[in-house]
Every structure is written in structure tokens, then in C-alpha cells.
Ligand binder design. Sequence first.
Ligand code: IMP
Length: 424
Amino acid sequence: MPVKVIVGMQWGDEGKGKIVDMISGKVDVVARYQGGANAGHTVVIGSEKYVLHLIPAGILRSDKTCIIGNGVVLDPAAFIAEVDGLAARDITAKGSLFISVRAHLIMPYHKRLDRASEQSASVTKIGTTGRGIGPTYSDKASRLGLRVADLYRPDYFRDRLVQSAKQKDSFLGSFYGEEGSDIDAVVETFMGYAERLKDYVADTGAMIRAAVAEGKSILAEGAQGTMLDIDQGTYPFVTSSTCVSGGACTGLGIPPSAITEVLGVMKAYTTRVGEGPFPTEMGGQEGEDLRAAGGEFGATTGRPRRCGWLDGVVGRYAVEVNGVNSIALTKMDVLDNMPEIRICVAYEMDGERLENMPANIADMARVTPIYETVKGWMSRTAGVSKYSDLPDGAKRYIDRVEELVQAKVSIVSTGESRAATIVR
Ligand code: IMP
């Protein structure tokens, strides 16, 4: 297994943190390939709970090399806070954690732009995490970005900063009436970050390619999920990075031929944070009950997550787009007390059955799910660690999910802890 990719199959928050933690025990390198501090990967070890936003979950195991790849957008302050937070819990990152020299930096004006755009009455509200993710990726594509390597060439850094800030300041000033950037202050702050980051900065692409050549095993940790992918997701209600498995190549600097396995992580139901269509969303009390049962509040922003039934159209699409070899089905236990469970098998629009989701977001907003209803198992799966101990109803649910999305379920998660896991 040179490179195994773990990818979210829905709108993020599928419980990837726990699965990454579990698999990372068997690999040499754990690498994040996209996104930024907008992610929230929760791992529970014994009585300790860790929420990681930027640093790969592999950091919780002392013998792993962890990499923040070039496809990630780096907020240095968030990185330093996370490293310090881990240090306070006796987890040392120095020597095992590396940041790509090619990763783009989230600048103060990126966060201001993100928030201004979200508050604007004239721009579609996406419901972002407000971490400056979209504007940083925009600058990357516009060739106005600043990268980690630039921190160590102060004259170049200042020159590029002036160019980039000028453009943003002009827009923020005329559109939102905001004041301009204080260039000297930004340079001073970022030179301070450069000093703090210098022990972590490396050519991580070369490191990973060397690891692949040596036959080491690498886990590429996806953040967010397929439906939030900039190209394959529910555009424009998406994040700005390539969340799907293919993003591991561009975001880490490895060839597609290095990828040997893709593990999709799918929740036994669906959640979404932020705006945008969500065909199987539950309304009213039903949705609130599921939110309470699943503890569905954002790990990064604390926002309540919208909740709904499992969407087989989304699942099948995610299997195809990512080349999912097998699935980790998470939060199975949250459905333990449901007398009836619904699964969306297709959509309907204008009287026509759709097996695939429409590309236009206004169409996606008006599809109605075609449901199949199965009897709930109404018994406890929470904490179950052997497949044979699952109630028959739960086994039937898994069988139906496999049939619908056309991939095998190889892992079932029945709770937060490492022990509450079934490996088939
Ligand atoms: P951004 O990534 O902050 O630009 O937000 C864009 C969209 O992605 C919003 O709907 C966010 O709620 C969503 N999003 C970003 N990161 C996550 C995540 O880690 N889990 C779930 N949704 C996310």
C-alpha cells in the first residue's frame, strides 16, 4: 500500500478523523492534501478528545511523519496555535511534522474578504467557515498568492504582498468601505511566523515521492467531502479545493500511479453545514432529534449541522468520482432508536426519475428524493466491535447501502472510541 487515500463521500463531517487515526497506526506517513483550518477532525483516545483543524490526525501517534501538502492553504497563526495546543498535551510535532514550501499562505486580507463577501447582501451567501479559504485559493489561481517558501525571501515577500494587498484593499475599500492593509505590520507579523515555522518547512513533495520509492506506506487524509469539491460538488455551495481522491496527486505532488487504494468514509445518514441544496434534509423535530442523537454540531465553528437521510445518489456518485474501493460506514449507532429508516435511491424532477444529480444548482434544489423505507433495528449497536454481534436489521441496512452505492463496506464505526469499530 504505497498511497491510500481517505476521502469524505458526503458534505464533510463523515467522521474521517477517527478512521484516519485508526488506519494511521499501520502507515509511515500521514498527509493532508487540501483545505485548511476549515476542517475539524475529531479523534477520541481513551478519555481524551482531540479536534484537529490543520495538522494531520496522524500526529496523535508518536512514530508517524505528518505532512501538510502543497494543496493545503496555511494559516500560520492557526498552525502555531494547534502545535502549541498539542505541546500543552505532551504531543511534540517538531521533527515529525512538515509543511510544504509550496503551500499557499492565508493572509489577513483573505479572511477579511471571506467575511465581507459572506455579509454582503449582493453576493450569494455560501455559509463559509470564515477562515479565508476561498479568497486564498482565488489568489493562487490568479497567480497573486504568497507561498511558504516566500517567507524566507523577505524582499520578494514584501514586493508580492504589496501587489496582492493593493488589489484586495482597493476592492475591500470601494465595495465594503474597509480600510487598507498596514503593510509594515503584516510583514512584521509574517516574519515572526517565518521564525516559528522554520523547523517545519520542507520540500514535502520530494519527501513523499522518496517515501513512495522506498515502498513506505502513506495515508492521504482528505478534508471536507466529495459534495464540497470545487469541481465535483454542489457548486457554488462548495469549498474551494479539490476534496476528491484525485486531489491527493496535485495536493501532495505524487503521480496518480502511486495511489493504490481509496477508502471512502460515509455517515449512515447525511449532514451538511452551510448553505446549499440538500435533497434528503429532514425538517422540524425529526431533524432536531437526529442532530441531538448524533451530536451534530460543527467541530470548527460550532454551528448546528443540517441533518437528513442517507442519499444513495450522492453515495454512488462519490464511489464513482473517487474510485472508492471500500467504505467506512460511520455513526451507525445513531440510528439505533429509529423505528423506520429511509434511504434515497434516486431523485425525481419534473415527473422524471433521475439516477444522477443535476449540475445546475437551481435544479438540484428542486429535486425530490425517491425513498425506500426499511425497518429500524431498534436495538443497541453502540460500541459493537464484531460484525456478527450486529442486529439483523443493521446488517440488512449495510447490505442495502452496498448494493445501492456499488461498493463494499469494510469498516463500520459504532461510536467515538477506537474500540467501537468493526473491521470486516
Ligand atoms: P469554506 O471552506 O470555509 O470556504 O466554506 C465553504 C463551504 O464548505 C461551507 O458550506 C462550509 O460550511 C463547508 N465546509 C468547509 N469545511 C468543512 C468541513 O470540514 N466540514 C463540513 N463542511 C465544511
